[in-house]
Design a protein around this ligand. Structure first.
Ligand SMILES: NC(=O)c1ccc[n+]([C@@H]2O[C@H](COP(=O)([O-])OP(=O)(O)OC[C@H]3O[C@@H](n4cnc5c(N)ncnc54)[C@H](OP(=O)(O)O)[C@@H]3O)[C@@H](O)[C@H]2O)c1
Length: 261
């Protein structure tokens, strides 16, 4: 067995953070230091530098983010503070302390106009404030670091937190009609699978630094995803899912955000 690897995890209370904690036991060589917003607010440059200096970490997984896409449109400066400025501080502190940064980004860096799936070689062109803040974060890392992984993912769901999967189940449980848009296409991704991918990446000592895409690989619209969720849970009879051709979101959303490796 190789040496223990120390991993600082930010945003540990979020959906991905909790999945990382849940699966960490499967990786005895990895020693995770799980910090939530209360124990490490990533918008504090001083706290980030202190944490990375003291911890002697080999890796940092940044699972912290401002993920409220609608709210970001109204408070873009709040989204930038967490998704861009704080990421710049993380990149600086990781780089100074020889820590490899594993950062999570999003399909929403793309405009959605491409025919076919986006690869890491495609140029971002975000169309909403959340996407712009996340792309800015990516660019800080690329400009400041050599040893980093930017892992873009899409449409995360899990048994934790607020996500589409849980919302559909809750709505179905109360019966009636559920209207779901088919105006966007993407790849739903189980946050547990993303967590395992990230832990494997570290445990395997991968050195193919740069941008990577990780999804569960099956493209569909939100409408199709809602149908799939009901089917998986044997709840098809319980509620009627109706196709909504419009998107009711305030923030612009990419029509096609399918990612491929
Ligand atoms: N969810 C998706 O559909 C999706 C899709 C593509 C990419 N992603 C990316 O995947 C990553 C993980 O997303 P997720 O679904 O796990 O998000 P999440 O459930 O919203 O978790 C993010 C966590 O970050 C915390 N946080 C916010 N501001 C912070 C700060 N200043 N310092 C430290 N922690 C802070 C949040 O705490 P509070 O809740 O207390 O603010 C929350 O616990 C993010 O980078 C996201 O951009 C997500």
């Amino acid at each position: 067995m190789g040496k223990m690897l120390k991993v600082l995890v930010t945003g540990a209370n979020g959906q991905l953070g909790r999945c990382l904690e849940k699966h960490s036991g499967e990786y005895p060589r990895l020693q995770l230091d799980l910090r939530d917003k209360a124990t490490l607010d990533i918008t504090s440059k001083a706290r980030i530098h202190a944490a990375l200096r003291e911890g002697v970490f080999d890796y940092c997984i940044n699972a912290a983010a401002y993920t409220a896409v609608e709210a970001a449109e109204r408070h873009p400066e709040q989204a930038r503070a967490v998704n861009a400025t704080a990421v710049k501080h993380l990149a600086g502190a990781c780089s100074e302390n020889g820590v490899c940064l594993v950062h999570i980004s999003t399909d929403y860096v793309f405009d959605g106009l491409k025919v076919g799936a986006y690869t890491p070689a495609d140029t971002p062109n975000p169309i909403n404030a959340y996407g712009r803040s996340k792309w800015e974060g990516e660019k800080h890392i690329q400009a400041m670091m050599e040893r980093y992984f930017i892992v873009r993912t899409s449409w995360l769901y899990s048994e934790y937190g607020e996500n589409f999967y849980r919302k559909i189940l809750a709505k179905a449980a109360s019966g009636g009609t559920i209207r779901v848009t088919d105006a966007q296409r993407g790849c739903p991704t189980d946050a547990n699978h993303l967590a395992v991918y990230l832990l494997e990446l570290i445990a395997n000592g991968r050195t193919d630094y740069g941008i990577h895409h990780f999804t569960d690989g099956e493209p569909m619209t939100w409408f199709e995803f809602a149908l799939k969720i009901l089917k998986e849970n044997n709840m098809e009879g319980q509620a009627r899912v109706v196709r909504d051709h419009k998107s009711r979101s305030f923030a612009a959303r990419p029509a096609n955000s399918v990612l491929s490796a």
